[in-house]
Design a protein around this ligand. Structure first.
Ligand SMILES: Cc1cc2nc3c(=O)[nH]c(=O)nc-3n(C[C@H](O)[C@H](O)[C@H](O)COP(=O)(O)OP(=O)(O)OC[C@H]3O[C@@H](n4cnc5c(N)ncnc54)[C@H](O)[C@@H]3O)c2cc1C
Length: 300
């Protein structure tokens, strides 16, 4: 049954509004119960309406990127889940500066920059999320993180105010960006260097090949489950104690990359969360290392 406050979402924006949507369709791990209401604002004006209405009515808001770092619990998500991937995904270029809206895919941003002969974003090509998710997570690969390439980020605060924060005013840390409370990333601006298109394409290709060799890309996953602790890569410790290939229900620790959990087809969020807890316990018992989760767990 669609609640009244959910129906109000339809009157608020022209963008798509869906009810009772299984979140497994919107996450790369392919698990998760239904979102009560999923909204796709068409532009910043619509997003502001959503933000202000939610604030007024005290409706919890969750900003969804491409769902590639998320585990949504089987009970689903109440409140409003907002996706910027349908209306807010433009990319613009001004000299050596490229500006991308939050709903744009990182892969599209890299492709665009490379085509324009700008270098610096190639390591991000294989990260399957959005620009917003990449900035929020300070995503990184091959020794480069978002914090190293971003020039400024434009945010919407919970009162609808829009502000631009330069890199020096942003608090990035390992796989995290601390934002003012409930802020939404609207876009990121990246100052790049002139490069040679062929060289950039070659770099993209070699990073992609390395990923194919080392990651289980033929199965649903959420990338690395754990952050790498100071003691070394999380996958190394999980592998050393022989956990590769272990499964609970349909969730399995990948035998290609021990820090990846793959969904063999019909895994539930519960299977995955039980497997994560078990990995945490085993690594602590056998290596004395406390693993910290990189994936975000949301929902009920
Ligand atoms: C096969 C595979 C490989 C991966 N490889 C890497 C890798 O090499 N390096 C790496 O760092 N990660 C990697 N990941 C993880 C993931 O792709 C990144 O963390 C990515 O940046 C998440 O982006 P997303 O759009 O999917 O965000 P989501 O998973 O949808 O959301 C992640 C978090 O960001 C928040 N968020 C999203 N958009 C916004 C916004 N506009 N404003 C405010 N908050 C927002 C969400 O609320 C949530 O808390 C991989 C994942 C997979 C499946």
């Amino acid at each position: 049954m669609v609640k009244d406050y959910q129906k109000e979402a339809r009157g608020l924006i022209e963008g798509k509004v869906l009810f009772d949507v299984p979140m497994r369709k919107y996450t790369s791990l392919k698990v998760g119960g239904p979102a009560e209401c999923l909204l796709f604002p068409k532009n910043m004006k619509e997003l502001r309406k959503v933000v202000l209405h939610a604030r007024k009515k005290r409706i919890p808001l969750f900003i969804l990127g491409k769902g590639t770092n998320l585990i949504v619990r089987d009970g689903g998500m109440s409140g409003w889940v907002v996706s910027l991937t349908q209306g807010m995904k433009s990319i613009q270029m001004d000299g050596e500066c490229v500006e991308a809206e939050a709903g744009c895919l990182l892969q599209q941003l890299v492709r665009f920059s490379v085509q324009k002969g700008l270098a610096g974003l190639e390591p991000f090509f294989g990260i399957p999320g959005t620009v917003g998710g990449g900035l929020a997570m300070n995503a990184g690969a091959w020794g480069v993180e978002m914090k190293d390439v971003v020039h400024s980020v434009t945010l919407m605060k919970e009162n609808g105010e829009v502000l631009e924060r330069s890199r020096s005013k942003l608090r990035f840390s390992y796989r995290s960006l601390t934002l003012p409370s409930s802020s939404i990333i609207l876009k990121g601006s990246f100052h790049l260097k002139k490069g040679r298109r062929e060289e950039s394409l070659e770099r993209v290709k070699s990073f992609s090949e390395l990923r194919k060799k080392t990651q289980p890309l033929d199965y649903p996953s959420a990338g690395s489950i754990f952050k790498n602790p100071e003691e070394g890569p999380a996958g190394k410790w999980i592998d050393e104690i022989g956990l590769k290939g272990f499964s609970i229900g349909q969730a399995m620790i990948s035998d290609r990359h021990a820090n990846f959990i793959i969904n063999l087809g019909k895994a539930s969020a519960e299977d995955i969360l039980r497997l994560i807890e078990w990995m945490e316990r085993k690594v602590y018992e056998e290596k004395g290392i406390s693993l910290e989760r990189e994936v975000k767990v949301v929902g009920e």
